[in-house]
Design a protein. Structure first.
Length: 409
């Protein structure tokens, strides 16, 4: 039995106006310690080094995803009557909890963590945690049901699509939220129009043809946000130093482990093949930044320098590279300047296509319901999206290195 809250809980939100919660299980999960930990994880990894107001958290994003899922399952014509109240609650919980396993610094932490954040998310839901206990109290099978949506394996495929597809609640929230908090307009699109023109036909979410221009805006928002925000060179510089610092930590751990005694929060991720949920819970960004503060004065000069660079925003410079020979030239020049290129040269390649249709008929493409009732894939009815699909994929390869070196290419 899905218990309702005594009154609908409302949380003010700059993107959605209000977040509405009227299920006790959702409210209890929000207040669980594993979900509250997301307040201490930046949504945008290193982007706060570039956009000074990009201080929003995985907590606020996860609530936003929940709110969009809630609106989809209660407002979309043809869908709200096809899902049971239990299924609606399950997919809302999946939207809420989809990032609960995230480590600090977005995806950069996976340079040291032996376990991807997606696996931690499933473990938080299925293992001995407050969230697991809350879900089990409603139904012993609810944790598995929620986890199956997050792993894209729920037998009712529409539930998987809502949380993770080409036009899903996750992407729609982070584009709008990240644009707002970076102070940019690249990620803006008309969410209200998308929800009004969304339908459920033939076991899939489709868009009415009258809403196609809004979907085109959404596709272009993804394109511009990746290249103007997510792939910003200084964001990649910060994350390359993070990666190098974690790489150096591994070396120090195997050669002089006593040096790391000042930063014990990192040790479980160096010692264990499978760090525990408790280890993961304690590793948030304040803990990691305190660890780097301690390491900035440690006896290993490389690790101390990299940690200091992270704390004081002494980021690497970058240069475009077009071949392995270019990269080798950078490595040689950095080495000649007295730096160990193993830790002071990072190569990073960014590439992105904002929309690529799956060839399988069952793939989770964006579908359009035409005026004559036919359901067609988006690029078949949109000239703009067709041009994107057929165009050359944009790529950007850079090498990062200390700013005091004058690299000649």
């Amino acid at each position: 039995m899905l218990k309702k809250t005594e009154e609908t809980k409302v949380m003010r939100d700059p993107i959605h106006g209000y977040i509405h919660i009227d299920l006790q299980v959702v409210w209890d999960c929000v207040n669980a310690k594993e979900f509250q930990r997301l307040r201490r994880i930046h949504q945008l990894g290193g982007n706060f080094q570039v956009y000074h107001t990009a201080e929003h958290s995985r907590f606020s994003h996860s609530l936003g995803v929940y709110e969009i899922v809630r609106r989809i399952v209660t407002e979309v014509s043809g869908l709200r009557d096809q899902l049971s109240e239990y299924e609606k609650a399950t997919v809302m919980l999946a939207g809420l909890l989809h990032d609960v396993g995230h480590g600090p610094f977005s995806h950069a932490f996976e340079a040291i963590s032996p376990v991807p954040h997606e696996q931690y998310t499933v473990r938080v839901i299925l293992e001995d945690t407050e969230i697991n206990a809350i879900l089990k109290a409603v139904d012993p099978h609810l944790p598995e049901q929620v986890a199956s949506i997050i792993t894209y394996s729920h037998p009712k495929d529409i539930l998987n699509q809502i949380v993770s597809g080409q036009l899903d609640a996750d992407r729609m929230d982070y584009l709008l939220r990240d644009a707002y908090f970076t102070g940019t307009s690249y990620g803006n699109f008309d969410l209200e129009r998308i929800l009004r023109t969304m339908r459920f036909v033939d076991d899939k979410i489709v868009m009415k043809e009258s809403g196609i221009h809004t979907v085109e805006d959404y596709i272009m928002a993804r394109y511009h946000m990746y290249w103007q925000v997510y792939f910003h060179p200084m964001t990649r510089s910060y994350e390359s130093i993070l990666t190098m610092a974690f790489k150096r930590m591994r070396t120090v751990y195997h050669t002089h482990p006593e040096i790391l005694n000042c930063a014990p929060m990192f040790l479980p991720f160096l010692e264990k093949e499978m760090p525990s949920i408790h280890d993961h819970f304690k590793m948030d960004e304040p803990a990691a930044l305190y660890g780097f503060t301690c390491l900035s004065e440690c006896e290993d000069p490389i690790l101390a320098d990299l940690s200091s660079r992270l704390l004081n925003r002494r980021l690497f410079e970058c240069v475009d590279i077009h071949s392995d020979e270019d990269l080798q030239s950078v490595i040689q020049q950095v080495s000649d300047a007295g730096y160990d290129p193993e830790y002071y040269v990072a190569s990073d390649e960014a590439f992105q296509r904002p929309y690529k249709p799956y060839h399988s008929a069952e793939g989770h493409n964006i579908w359009v319901l035409t005026a004559n009732g036919e359901v067609r894939e988006l690029s078949e009815v949109s000239d703009i999206v067709q041009a994107i699909v057929c165009g050359q994929m944009k790529e950007d390869r850079k090498a990062f290195y200390p700013k005091d070196i004058q690299i000649k290419m």
